[in-house]
Design a binder for this molecule. Structure first.
Ligand code: ZN
Length: 312
């Protein structure tokens, strides 16, 4: 069997053709330039069309941002960053167009599933994952199974309040984790510290270039990030009682700059019980959500004979 797997990131929408062994046959992406529901859905169509022209596709698995209803695949909620997105029945639209089984789940949850299937947490059954990229999200594996919650919002760490009365979040609250522990938070905070006349940056990538150049403002922001990430990690360890906390997402590409300091800070801030919990980094990188999306899609086709009616 072959699945088209899709991962909807803040800057690009990635697609891959993946077989049942988890081999990535081909990858592609579309820049997420519009960040609207119609643009995102249209990008899904383009990605599926591309792979369908080359492979016999059996199923489609999508990782999307926000709260996705686990049964209907509808976008229940997302922050204001995406226009005309809430309410789109992603699963139905794809099923109608391609007449193939489709699964849709939250992208962060899928990153954890991908890493459980073929990555860094293969031998663990109880893990909470923090996925830090443009934003931040979470995913829980409990007894080896992913937990969705009532409407797909389980483990939504990004909107836990970290600093009461803090920075205003797109979700409407103040002081959310996402405003402190995310790629976007890093470059925005850096700009705040710089004089307005000085060069302003617009991406996490630029922020980490400044860190590598020993820019004092960037170093200060990175220290704040490590402290805030530690508070999140300690809270999650207490809430979920996992064997391991897992860390994935684009920010982990830079972990040589902050991981050791973070581990030290976690040991300082956490109680002795929490120190037995392992801290594990991604090994699949940005393939993790694609592999998770493929896994869930294959799992939903557990009995392929039931799905024969949907085949071309
Ligand atoms: Zn929020």
């Amino acid at each position: 069997m072959i699945a088209v797997a899709i991962d909807t990131g803040g800057t690009k929408i990635a697609g891959a053709a993946i077989n049942e062994n988890g081999e990535i046959l081909e990858k592609n992406h579309i820049d997420n330039v519009e960040r609207t529901g119609p643009f995102i859905l249209n990008s899904y169509f383009k990605i599926v069309d591309l792979f369908q022209a080359k492979y016999h596709i059996d199923t489609i698995g999508v990782g999307a941002g926000g709260r996705i209803d686990p049964l209907t695949g509808e976008v229940v909620y997302a922050v204001d960053l995406y226009r005309e997105y809430i309410g789109i029945p992603l699963k139905t639209r794809l099923e109608e167009k391609y007449c193939k089984p489709v699964t849709v789940d939250n992208d962060c949850r899928l990153a954890v599933i991908g890493e459980k299937w073929l990555g860094a947490i293969r031998s663990y059954n109880n893990v909470f994952g923090l996925i830090i990229g443009t934003g931040i999200g979470g995913g829980l594996l409990l007894n080896g199974a992913s937990v969705s919650g009532t409407k797909g919002g389980f483990g939504e760490i990004g909107h836990a309040i970290l600093h009461p009365h803090g920075r205003h979040c797109l979700c409407g609250q103040f002081g959310c984790v996402e405003k402190y522990v995310s790629g976007t938070a890093l470059w925005q905070r850096y700009n705040e510290l710089k004089e307005k006349s000085q060069i302003q940056i617009t991406s996490g990538y630029e922020f980490f270039s400044c860190v590598r150049q020993n820019d004092p403002a960037a170093q200060k922001v990175l220290c704040e990030f490590i402290e805030d990430l530690t508070l999140c990690a300690v809270t999650c360890a207490n809430l979920y009682d996992p064997q391991a906390l897992f860390f994935g997402g684009g920010i982990l590409d830079t972990s040589d700059l902050w991981w050791d300091a973070f581990v030290k800070e976690y040991e300082l801030q956490s109680n002795p019980h929490l120190q037995k919990i392992e801290l594990i980094r991604t090994i699949l990188g940005n393939n993790a959500p694609l592999l998770g999306a493929a896994y869930v899609a294959f799992e939903a086709c557990g009995n392929p004979s039931d799905l024969m009616n949907c085949y071309d």
